[in-house]
Design a binder for this molecule. Structure first.
Ligand SMILES: Nc1nc2c(ncn2[C@@H]2O[C@H](COP(=O)(O)OP(=O)(O)O)[C@@H](O)[C@H]2O)c(=O)[nH]1
Ligand SMILES: [Mg+2]
Length: 260
């Protein structure tokens, strides 16, 4: 089987001990993901990763995602799934900073960030952890723009063009040496998140991803990209607004100014 086919095939990689039972927390930010949350949670708990914990960071979703998360915590047990109830929609970056800080304080050795809409397949997680440990990386990115990766065929050419342009724009401005600078699927060592002081990150939306990469590179830490297939969200609509896109356009400029 070709390498690419293998990485895109359905079953997750099996890691040896002690990697398989590593203390790993998946932070799932949710805003109106009632239909997707139970599905992604079941897929995550079906993985051959026995130390996996899920932390849902919900911004008081009007569709009741927070209540569904509470039910899932009862069903799977609070030691496997916990819920951060946040007062209202404050953006993806705020939910991640809060969730990651909680995960680190609770003793996670690795922290995963991924969308809750099933565009990031949980099947990649063991491969991402194995890659991080085998290459001694400080963070692994599930990347849409390295050789072997692919994008949802449902994406319109406009959306593909916007995403490609955003990446090129950030790459030209910041020279991070990362192909997919706005990727939202990452596996971090907790030590990396502490080193870059994640609690002090202020940017939101896509620029949260960019600032996290920027800080990682500034600290001389190692980023490895692993090719993924990025699927279209399973149910519901995207929450990314014009405001988020504008912030993403301005943030790289201010990071560059500060660096001078
Ligand atoms: N807690 C929280 N989650 C959010 C917020 N905005 C987006 N999300 C979640 O972040 C993930 C990515 O958002 P999504 O709308 O899919 O963005 P897209 O993939 O760029 O279209 C999804 O799991 C959303 O539910 C927010 O303000 N608060
Ligand atoms: Mg999405």
């Amino acid at each position: 089987m070709a390498l690419q086919e293998r990485s895109l095939s359905g079953s997750a990689a099996e890691l040896p001990e002690p990697w398989r039972s590593a203390a790993l927390t998946v932070v799932l930010p949710t805003y109106n993901e009632a239909a997707n949350l139970p599905v992604i949670v079941a897929e995550l708990f079906g993985l051959p990763l026995t130390g996996l914990h899920i932390l849902v960071a919900d911004d008081n979703s009007p569709d009741g995602t927070g209540k569904i998360a509470d039910e899932l915590a009862r069903q799977y047990g609070p030691d496997r799934l916990s819920v951060l109830h946040r007062p209202g929609k404050q953006g993806l970056g705020r939910a991640y900073v809060d969730g990651m800080t909680h995960a680190i304080n609770a003793g996670a050795e690795f922290v995963v960030q991924m969308d809750s809409d099933l565009s990031h397949s949980p099947q990649y997680l063991p491969q991402m952890l194995g890659t991080l440990l085998a290459t001694n990386a400080d963070v692994v990115i599930g990347s849409r723009y390295v050789c072997g990766a692919s994008l949802a065929s449902e994406w319109s050419w406009q959306r593909k063009a916007l995403s490609a342009f955003a990446n090129l724009y950030v790459r030209v401005l910041l020279h991070l040496g990362v192909r997919d600078v706005t990727a939202g699927f990452k596996l971090w060592r907790s030590s990396t998140l502490k080193a870059i002081d994640v609690a002090s990150v202020r940017s939101n939306g896509y620029s949260f991803q960019v600032e996290m990469n920027y800080r990682t590179v500034q600290h001389g830490l190692k980023i490895v990209e692993l090719p993924i297939h990025f699927a279209d969200r399973r149910e519901g609509d995207s929450k990314m607004s014009l405001k988020v896109q504008l912030e993403s356009a301005l943030m790289p400029l201010s990071l560059r100014r500060r660096a001078r």
